[in-house]
Design a protein around this ligand. Structure first.
Ligand code: SF4
Length: 185
């Protein structure tokens, strides 16, 4: 018999016995969140073209079953910044982040978003982590679609292992305060 071509999401770690399965609420919510990511693509230049390839039929990021792109920050939980961010644009990146509801994650795609890339100039922001906290950096100029998919999977791993209380912790609040971002209650 042929193996099914789909892959089931593995259940979180827990206790199982015949007819019984028990795990923690953190793990269950983490599993649900990790498999229902809605990214907001903030694409400004060439890395955005690579993202288009990642979304298209060959690489098909939608194979995860979620990844419904949102162009409204209010219905997105993963900010994907792809491309060169000019200093003039930096407050806009931060504003978009602020408009997203918690929990929210940030993926810096490519050298420009991660560090300014080859544009070590007066006008280019030397990495978006100057204005928003970044969870995962994807290297490359541009990164291949496989790398972008790998970055999304790293975000999924982070989400699965995050406790429900992390966003209310003093460490998280002070991280946001460093960026001048008001924590959401
Ligand atoms: S990292 Fe390279 S490919 Fe990506 S936006 Fe910058 S210059 Fe373009």
């Amino acid at each position: 018999m042929n193996e099914p071509i789909y892959k089931k999401v593995a259940p979180p770690e827990g206790y199982s016995a015949p007819g019984v399965y028990a795990t923690t609420l953190d793990k269950l919510v983490g599993l649900a969140r990790a498999n229902s990511i809605w990214p907001l693509p903030f694409a400004t230049s060439c890395c955005g073209i690579e993202f288009m390839a990642t979304m298209a039929a060959h690489y098909d990021l939608g194979r995860f079953g979620a990844e419904r792109l949102s162009f409204s920050p209010r219905q997105a939980d993963l900010l994907m910044v792809m491309g060169t961010i000019a200093k003039k644009m930096a407050p806009i990146v931060q504003q978009v982040y602020e408009q997203m509801a918690e929990p929210r994650w940030v993926l810096a795609v490519g050298a420009c978003a991660s560090s300014g890339g080859i544009f070590d100039t007066y006008s280019v922001l030397q990495g978006i982590d100057r204005v928003v906290p970044v969870d995962v950096y994807v290297p490359g100029c541009p990164p291949r679609p496989e790398q972008i998919i790998d970055g999304v999977m790293k975000i999924q791993d982070l989400i699965k292992s995050e406790t429900l209380r992390r966003r209310y912790s003093p460490e998280y609040r002070s991280l946001l305060e460093k960026y001048g971002i008001q924590p959401i209650n």
